[in-house]
Design a protein around this ligand. Sequence first.
Ligand code: BTN
Length: 280
Amino acid sequence: PPQLSLESFQSYLSTRRLGRAPAWPNELWESIDSTNNRAAELAARGAPEGVIVTARRQTSGRGRQGRVWLSPPDSGLYVSFLLRPQGPRSLLPMHTLACGVAAAKAIWQCVGVRIGLKWVNDLVIEGKKLGGILAEMPACAASGTASGDLPAPLILGVGINLRMSPSEIPEELRDRVEWLERCTQQPVDPNQLLAFLALFLEQEYDRLESGNSAEVIEGWKQFSVTLGREIRAASSGSTIEGTAVDLSDTGGLIVETRDGKRITLHAGEISIRAADGSYA
Ligand code: BTN
């Protein structure tokens, strides 16, 4: 199966700015702790917006909520994008959604598989997890550092499962995980997938930066597997249950509870109610 290489990926790249940072090369590591860590390091050294860090394997890949992101060699796409958004801080959560839209479009364009987006950062296929997004703002923009004059960095880390053998997956996750080649039944080229991801992320990011976040929300809704579903969420110490009815204009999830109250969730994890009444 095709492997990630900087040369091949860059030959497919058709972005204007992402992956084309002036005088700052993209990176591909054979092995690294976490591409998000590396991107944060580069940001602290003053790397400009647009740098892409990717790796064939990660030794401490991170998911949300302190979870581990298993990253065996060539089993997935592991990539981080360094951005320096200048829009209002209230829109920061929108970047996770924008990145989800970009991933859904890239996968569709690259291999013709339609994935779903589960609020806030999950890439899913038929309820199984295909990938996820980890957005982080490293605290390194203090004045006096190399990046003092630049807008604060935002790292968007994306993990997409490409090919896995069930033995690599911990038993308790085995029937909750999906990978692209199981859907396509043929090899997926990570270089093409990454080039499409960068292209669509650039498009969605441009929308946010030019004040068109409503378009990103529209795009997200087209892939949503969350809206209209019954969900359960932990919110400030208590559990809420209700129907996910809409997204707010900053990307929050609006939930209508049984007594008709509307609550907007801004972060955290939700579970979607399955046909058998269980929450997954
Ligand atoms: C999640 O669903 O919990 C988010 C998973 C994000 C994984 C990616 S892989 C590339 C980047 N580097 C990391 O350590 N994590 C993200």
